[in-house]
Ligand binder design. Structure first.
Ligand code: AMP
Length: 216
């Protein structure tokens, strides 16, 4: 790192382009500063984000109140606030790779990974990943579901940040955490746009750090 290079924001990084040598720890440092810089530019209060999320009663079946984040995603400042908020919750130095859970975790995880200067790993529904996979079956309210990861997606010892849109009962996130650990990875933490507190999903995620931007 150049001795005089102590950028506090993306704007400063731009002004000090000569300092941007994207190698090794410099890359990591700048990715973290970039995430912080972008986050600082998010002026939108987190609670305002709730007004951007559409709640759809009885979808996909009676009794479920579905939190539709597509209405938030089409709002530029709203989308930026969510991405910035998730990225800011985890210093780049505490994460090696970011995993997103199909399908709505894919909306956020790659951009968070980009801001942190890390790679992205997809956790997919069965038979979508082309190479050798490891899978996990987990219980739903009715029946079971399965998720898969490429065998070589996570290196032993890598710290994996797991991202999804909603933390409800916690079964999905818990299963993905187990999948990561089966490959020898470590769970760096979980990131969610919103958490349904009354379902107590976080109790299934052990002592891992959980960053939920909104609580219902
Ligand atoms: P769970 O395993 O119960 O924590 O459920 C989390 C997964 O189901 C996430 O991938 C969410 O996308 C989805 N999900 C569960 N409940 C809701 C809800 N009320 N609104 C939107 N998505 C939900």
């Amino acid at each position: 790192m150049h001795a005089t290079c102590q950028p506090k924001s993306v704007e400063l990084i731009r002004r000090r382009e000569r300092c941007v040598w994207l190698r090794g720890t410099e890359c990591e440092f700048l990715a973290q500063v970039a995430a912080e810089g972008f986050a600082l530019q998010s002026k939108i209060p987190m609670d305002h984000l709730k007004s951007l999320i559409r709640e759809v009663p009885d979808f996909p079946k009676p009794g479920i109140n579905f939190f539709d984040i597509t209405t938030l995603m089409k709002d530029g400042p709203g989308l930026k606030a969510v991405i910035d908020g998730l990225a800011k919750a985890y210093p780049a130095g505490s994460v090696d790779v970011v995993a997103g859970i199909e399908a709505r975790g894919f909306f956020f995880a790659p951009t968070v990974a980009y801001l942190l200067g890390k790679g992205f790993v997809p956790i997919r529904k069965p038979k979508k990943l082309p190479s050798s996979t490891r899978s996990i079956e987990y219980a739903l309210e009715y029946g079971t579901d399965t998720l898969e990861i490429h065998d070589d997606a996570v290196e032993p010892g890598q710290r994996v940040l797991i991202i999804d849109d909603v933390l409800a009962t916690g079964g999905t996130a818990q299963a993905v955490g187990q999948l990561v650990e089966q490959l020898g990875g470590k769970v760096a933490g979980f990131g969610f746009v919103l958490e349904l507190d009354f379902l107590k999903g976080r109790e299934r995620l052990g002592s891992h750090k959980i960053a939920s931007l909104l609580h219902y």
